[in-house]
Each structure stands twice: as C-alpha cells, then as structure tokens.
Design a protein around this ligand. Structure first.
Ligand code: AP5
Length: 229
C-alpha cells in the first residue's frame, strides 16, 4: 500500500458522507484506506466485516461464508443490519465512507429511508484490468493488509511488511469466484450508477491510473463538491 507521507492534497470536505461504488478489484478498499489514514474518516467495508465474522467462526460467519466464498451477494437484510448498526454507533461527526454498500437497488432504498449520503464515488475500471489486479492480489490474514504482486508488492516475497506473516489469496479471488463476482456486479450493482446519476450524486473516478493518481482524483473531486456548498 502506498502511504502518502504528509499528503500533497488536503480534504476540505471533512464531513462528507460517501459511498464507494465499483466493480470488484477497482480499488475501493485501497482508496478508502488512504482516505482514513490521511484524514479522519469513519470507514466500513461490508466485505471486511463479513470476512472477520467468517474468520472468527461466529454464527453470522457460518451463515454468510458460502455466499462470500463463491462470490454471491449475502442476503440484503444481513448487510443492511450491519450497516445501520454501525451508523448508529458512530460517536463523532467526521466523514463517512461506506465501502461496498449498497450493492443493489433494494439496499440503496433501504439506506435512503433513514440516512442521506452526499456523494457516490464510482471507481470505473475495465474487466481485463480488474482480472489482472485480482489475480495478483494477496493479503495478510493477520492484519488484513492488502498487496498486489504486480502493482503494490510487499518488500519481501509474499511476506507482510507490517507483521511478517505469510500472505495468502482471498478465497473469492479464484478465477471462478472472480468471474461470478463480475457477473453479480453487472447484474445487480452496476444499475446503481444510473440510480445515483439521476440523483446528482455520482462522481466518476478513473480507477485505471496508479494508486497515488487515483487518490489525487478522489481528494480533488471531494474538494470540488465541498466548494460548491
Ligand atoms: P468486498 O470485500 O467488498 O469485495 P469487492 O467489492 O469484490 O471488492 P474487492 O475488495 O475485491 O476490491 P476493491 O475494489 O476493494 O479493490 P482493492 O482495493 O482490494 O466483498 C466481498 C464479498 O462480501 C462480496 O462478494 C459479497 O459476497 C459480500 N458482500 C460485501 N458487501 C456486500 C453487500 N453490500 N451486499 C451483499 N453482499 C456483500 O484492489 C484490488 C487489487 O488491486 C489490490 O491488490 C490492490 O493492491 C490493487 N490496486 C488497487 N488500486 C490500484 C491501482 N490504482 N493500480 C494498480 N493496482 C491497484
């Protein structure tokens, strides 16, 4: 992960409520991590919460593990409950990033009932680049840090820079599961681009640039919107 020393750009929109939308592997998690490391954003990744539950062998983990591992969406009521509980638990007034939620119209409408988001950052990336990124992704099962063998490699071969554990592949980063996730995205999630475009909330991010360049776009676009207020 590229860590910007003291960022070259400053987020002025410190209270923005954002959704990160985009196909699997477009870099939503990478950019969310940068945003919260460099600025005080609250962040939740539904995928990460579900993977933790699976790792900890909880009842919820047992319930969702087959969906997650094969690349299907987990039932709406489960993820919606997780998000609403998290939103209620927030103790500060800082910005919010919802990473990976909503993922279909039903989830979006359920969120809209009691929470208004300001903008949706849509990370746009072509399918061949998605497959390339996901096929080279590894992560640390101990500290959950993500790497990419091609674009963002660890310093030592397949070893986590942060904690020294051996890096592994996510169970849903197999060729079959990637194919399934892309299918699910195209069938269920991509409609949300139009949904948020109609509501004037969509911000288009060209996710094909390198990590730092994408982050620059993210910060610039957030600032641009903030300055319109
Ligand atoms: P989730 O974990 O959210 O998976 P995803 O949406 O498929 O997204 P990824 O985490 O794969 O990709 P990303 O966009 O975060 O990319 P990343 O930054 O890692 O969800 C997993 C599962 O949980 C779902 O399939 C579903 O089962 C369930 N789930 C989650 N939310 C749900 C919901 N709302 N409803 C129902 N079910 C839900 O980057 C990818 C790779 O590329 C990394 O290796 C990274 O280092 C590299 N990279 C990143 N940016 C760049 C760049 N600019 N240039 C080069 N390489 C880059």
């Amino acid at each position: 992960m590229v860590l910007l020393k003291k960022v070259d750009w400053v987020v002025q929109g410190d209270k923005m409520r954002l959704v990160f939308l985009g196909p699997p592997g477009a870099g939503k998690g990478t950019q969310a991590e940068l945003l919260l490391k460099n600025f005080d954003y609250n962040h939740i990744s539904t995928g990460e919460v579900l993977r933790q539950e699976i790792k900890n062998d909880t009842d919820l983990g047992e319930e969702v593990k087959d969906y997650v591992n094969r690349g299907d969406l987990v039932p709406d009521e489960i993820v919606t409950k997780i998000i609403k509980k998290w939103l209620k638990s927030l103790k500060n007034n800082n910005g919010i990033v919802l990473d990976g939620f909503p993922r279909n119209l039903n989830q979006a409408e359920s969120l809209e009932k009691d929470f208004e988001i300001d903008h949706v950052l849509y990370f746009d990336l072509k399918e061949d680049e998605i497959i390339e990124r996901l096929s080279n992704r590894l992560y640390c099962p101990n500290c959950e840090k993500f790497y990419n063998l091609k674009y963002n490699p660890p310093e030592n071969d397949k070893i986590c820079d942060k904690c020294g554990k051996k890096l592994i592949r996510r169970k849903d980063d197999t060729p079959e599961a990637i194919k399934k996730r892309l299918k699910v995205y195209n069938k269920n999630t991509h409609h949300l681009v139009e949904h948020y475009e109609k509501r004037n909330k969509l911000i288009h991010i060209d996710a094909s640039k390198d990590i730092k360049e994408v982050f620059k776009q993210v910060v610039e676009r957030i600032n641009l919107e903030k300055n319109k207020i």
